[in-house]
Design a binder for this molecule. Structure first.
Ligand SMILES: Nc1nc2c(c(=O)[nH]1)N[C@H]1C(S)=C(S)[C@@H](COP(=O)(O)OP(=O)(O)OC[C@H]3O[C@@H](n4cnc5c(=O)[nH]c(N)nc54)[C@H](O)[C@@H]3O)O[C@H]1N2
Ligand SMILES: Nc1nc2c(c(=O)[nH]1)N[C@H]1C(S)=C(S)[C@@H](COP(=O)(O)OP(=O)(O)OC[C@H]3O[C@@H](n4cnc5c(=O)[nH]c(N)nc54)[C@H](O)[C@@H]3O)O[C@H]1N2
Ligand code: SF4
Ligand SMILES: [Mo]
Length: 810
């Protein structure tokens, strides 16, 4: 859709408004207009500013980890502009402006997109064909209730699945919470655990430290060195409410030196004035081993201290159950099972960073007073992601940079929440849970999902009783676009004999929405009301936002709270579901719960129209990972079986023994470097597909949300990054349309020839909408046409960034 056509689409909506013509005429004559309430139905106490524009408050609720309040300028019930909310005091961190990024500022283009789904609909064509018939809300909600009942009676509640969903992750009183409340009340549903975002690091952290830990970036104010593996905050947490703000202010204070290890010269490397160490994807554990070799051979490790806090660094702390030479030191020094000495040269051959620089890095880590070591989640979104995570987590421990000011755990910290409770969802009577990634297997081969085959990929049961027969896909493009290997997914969800009912709740007609049997239109966040928290990843800064409908919800779009209340009615559960409250009354109740603890907050009647209500900041005690453990490990053991940091994990050794691992799959007990099938080290496959392809999370969109906003596509094009040397070999120039392909598919995108990427590696943004042409080429340029469905060995999670491809001119 071209910008011009899009503008036309928006204009036609304006024409439909009855008040607009009169108002425009009056404004043209210079009259002052006092807007009647009816023009902003659903909005309360608008604050009047000149020219009949009113200010409303909303927030951007997508899953970028931030959560920006939006000041919405509305005229004639139409959004005319989005601005940042006013600032208290930008010079003070915690009172600073939470500036929305280019995406949030473009929200109105999402609201007025020609892709909007306007009415409830029922499929009429073949599944996936995208042909629908409009139905009434009463028919739609009755149909959903009837399907829930039918599937329950035929297969039981385990056959009902609520798919992973993050498109409106910020909603607190609608969306996921509303659905979970309904499903729990009516008998339960098959659970999932972990997420596409961070499954490998979450699971690996459990084995290393017992649970996920990380120090806030504010600690960098006390650091002299910062080493970041695949962390790109300038794109992934890029707002005023995001961690990039925290990082920059902290670096400003300490003037710490920053080193970023990434296959790409990222925006963060530019903005943090960092040194770039370009690394081959999937090889961080080899880099760590090379660093460890230097640390050991140059006597730079305080071994008595490491042995005090760890299990399995050397033979002295190995459990009795372990082979005698199974320690990490044995692995590095070549006395372990593989007999290879992990010199800096060995490491350099694998990861691509020169041996001299690896040795130097080891010395720098050791010499630093306080080094903050951290990894983004790109390094773990690989086929050997769990090992990469555990290896990077080793560095702070080996160098002593943990539990003290200015240090970290090696993990990317989450946020300390403000503490807004969500709509209570109740308890799920079904206890069975699959890894979020296994849902297509749970549709196609449920018999293959057992605790013996999947390990921690299945919880709460020994095996699945039934396959998934009804799937609810709300604010999610995972049903097709965001899951690995689209051609495989498409085949599975097209088969009506497998999953019998697909219900999609969406704003836009996405590739996933086309696969709906029942398609329900939801309000966008600018048409919604809510009380929300500052999200899981804003860092040490937190806040609470309340907002009302900025404009009247258009067409027949509705909030999921109201939709689910109507479905509950058809199930005879309305009173239990609503407890007599509207969505707004739930928000008020949740607010009162917050106010009980923070009595200084204003009354709800005022707060609900404030937008950003309050900002807070985490305390120093909440800010340093392992501070208690470091200070007194007897009194504050970690929650691992040994109470210590487990470099050697007996639990992993036991798991590995019992799981049927195949091919390249490995779960070593210490963080060894594990070769993956699709990398530069596979000499056979690279003959056909010589380039390593990784995806990244671009500032141009949030996954697949905002991807269909033409202005954003113009500002930040989706293009594949390719090094000058690789481009020369293929006679490519920047802007050329190329085909990227492997055995799983072909996509067509423009290329960007740049020295910002390592030779032999290509990278492109994830989240474009898949669109096949008549030759089967994905001209939408969706990365998941090329990715492989292959659950990682331990977490059974998504190796989205591990791919081999070839590129040629289209
Ligand atoms: N190749 C590759 N694939 C990946 C990744 C990768 O790195 N590489 N990353 C993975 C990760 S980390 C994640 S978290 C997932 C994210 O995948 P998803 O959770 O699917 O996230 P989105 O694509 O942002 O959004 C889903 C949908 O929500 C819709 N939406 C937005 N607001 C609303 C609303 O208010 N109501 C309703 N009903 N719908 C709304 C949007 O239109 C969009 O279609 O993708 C994963 N997929
Ligand atoms: N603008 C924007 N922000 C987002 C999102 C978005 O879609 N758009 N998505 C949000 C969500 S849900 C999530 S989960 C996070 C995702 O955050 P991340 O998972 O951290 O993001 P990625 O871009 O996948 O990866 C980060 C970096 O790792 C690099 N990398 C890839 N493989 C390797 C490797 O093997 N080793 C090393 N050292 N580096 C590697 C990539 O080049 C990239 O620069 O971002 C969140 N923020
Ligand atoms: S996409 Fe994220 S950073 Fe951008 S405005 Fe929305 S919440 Fe803020
Ligand atoms: Mo994510």
């Amino acid at each position: 859709m071209k910008i011009k056509e899009m503008l036309k689409a928006s204009v036609s909506r304006r024409d439909a408004l009855t008040v607009s013509a009169k108002l425009s005429a009056a404004i043209a004559l210079g009259n002052t207009i006092s807007l009647p309430f009816s023009t902003t139905a659903g909005a309360s106490s608008p604050q009047k500013i000149p020219s009949a524009e009113i200010v409303q408050h909303s927030a951007c609720l997508v899953n970028c980890g931030s959560r920006c309040p939006l000041k919405v300028i509305v005229k004639d019930d139409r959004i005319v502009r989005i601005e940042p909310e006013d600032v208290k005091n930008d010079s003070i961190f915690g009172e600073h402006q939470i500036r929305p990024c280019l995406r949030g500022r473009s929200s109105r283009w999402r609201v007025y997109s020609p892709d909007r789904i306007k009415y409830p609909m029922k499929r009429v064509g073949k599944r996936g064909e995208g042909k629908f018939k409009r139905i009434s809300w009463d028919e739609a909600t009755a149909l959903v209730a009837a399907e829930l009942n039918r599937v329950t009676e035929t297969y039981g509640r385990e056959a009902i699945y609520y798919n992973y969903s993050t498109g409106a992750i910020g909603h607190n009183t609608q969306g996921t919470h509303a659905w979970e409340r309904l499903l729990n009340l009516s008998g339960g549903y098959l659970n999932f655990h972990n997420s596409y975002s961070d499954a490998q690091i979450n699971v690996a952290s459990e084995f290393s430290y017992g649970k996920y830990e990380g120090s806030h970036f504010t600690q960098i104010a006390h650091s002299d060195l910062v080493v970041l593996f695949g962390l790109n905050l300038s794109e992934t947490r890029m707002s005023g409410g995001g961690q990039v703000e925290e990082l920059r202010r902290a670096i400003d204070k300490s003037k710490a030196r920053v080193i970023i290890i990434d296959p790409r010269y990222t925006d963060s490397i530019v903005t943090e004035n960092a040194e770039w160490l370009p690394i081959r994807p999937t090889t961080d554990a080899a880099l760590v081993a090379g660093i460890a070799y230097t640390l050991i051979t140059e006597n730079l490790i305080d071994e008595s201290q490491v042995n005090k806090y760890c299990v399995g660094y050397d033979r002295s702390t190995l459990p009795d159950t372990a082979p005698v030479n199974a320690s990490y030191k044995d692995y590095v020094m070549g006395t372990g099972e593989d007999g290879i000495v992990k010199t800096a040269e060995w490491s350099a051959d694998i990861c691509g960073i020169p041996a001299s620089r690896i040795r130097q890095l080891a010395r720098e880590l050791s010499a630093a007073n306080a080094c903050y070591i951290c990894q983004g989640w790109g390094p773990q979104r690989h086929a050997n992601g769990e090992q990469t995570v555990r290896a990077i987590q080793l560095l702070p421990i080996l160098t002593g940079h943990f539990g003290l000011q200015g240090t970290n755990s090696g993990n990317w910290p989450y946020g300390t929440p403000y503490g807004v409770p969500a709509l209570p969802t109740g308890v799920n009577p079904v206890k069975t849970s699959i890894s979020f990634y296994l849902w297509t297997d749970a549709i196609k081969n449920p018999e293959k999902i057992t605790s013996q085959t999947m390990g921690i990929g299945l919880k709460g049961a020994e095996q699945l009783k039934t396959g998934i027969k009804l799937i609810i896909n709300q604010a999610s493009n995972v049903l097709l676009n965001q899951h690995s290997e689209i051609s495989r997914t498409r085949k599975i969800i097209s088969d009506e004999a497998l999953c019998e009912t697909i219900i999609v709740i969406e704003n836009h007609m996405t590739p996933s929405a086309k696969y709906a049997d029942i398609l329900l239109p939801e309000t966008s966040y600018l048409e919604a009301e809510d009380l929300i928290d500052s999200s899981y990843a804003v860092g040490s800064h937190n806040y609470m936002i309340a907002f009302q409908k900025s404009i009247t919800p258009m067409w027949e779009v509705r909030s999921t709270y109201d939709i689910c209340a109507d479905i509950a009615e058809h199930l005879g559960l309305r009173d239990e579901y609503t407890e007599g409250r509207t969505q707004g009354q739930w928000a008020e109740m949740l607010y009162e719960q917050v106010r009980e603890k923070r009595s200084y907050l204003p009354e709800w009647s005022k707060a609900k129209n404030m937008g950003l209500i309050d900002q807070g900041i985490a305390t120093e005690e909440q800010s340093i990972a392992f501070a208690d453990f470091r200070a007194d490990l007897e009194a504050n053991p970690l929650s691992t079986p040994s109470g210590k940091f487990e470099i050697y994990s007996q639990s992993l050794a036991d798991l590995a023994k019992n799981l049927p691992l195949q091919g390249y799959e490995r779960i070593p007990a210490v963080p060894e470097f594990c070769v993956v099938q699709e990398s530069h080290l596979n000499k056979e496959l690279t003959v056909k597909y010589p380039l390593q392809l990784t995806g990244f999370h671009t500032k141009g969109h949030t996954h697949s949300t905002y991807t269909n906003v033409p202005m954003l596509r113009e500002a930040v094009p989706d293009e594949v990054w390719i090094n000058q040397l690789d481009a020369n070999e293929r006679k490519l120039m920047s802007g050329d349309l190329v085909h990227i392909f492997n055995d799983r598919g072909v996509i067509e995108v423009p290329c960007k020839v740049t020295n910002r990427i390592l030779p032999g590696v290509v990278a492109m943004p994830q989240g474009a909408w898949t669109q096949l042409d008549s030759n089967g080429v994905d001209i939408g340029g969706c990365l998941n046409t090329l990715t492989k469905y292959q659950p990682s060995p331990l977490a059974k999670a998504n190796p989205h960034h591990t791919n081999l491809v070839e590129i040629k001119r289209a």
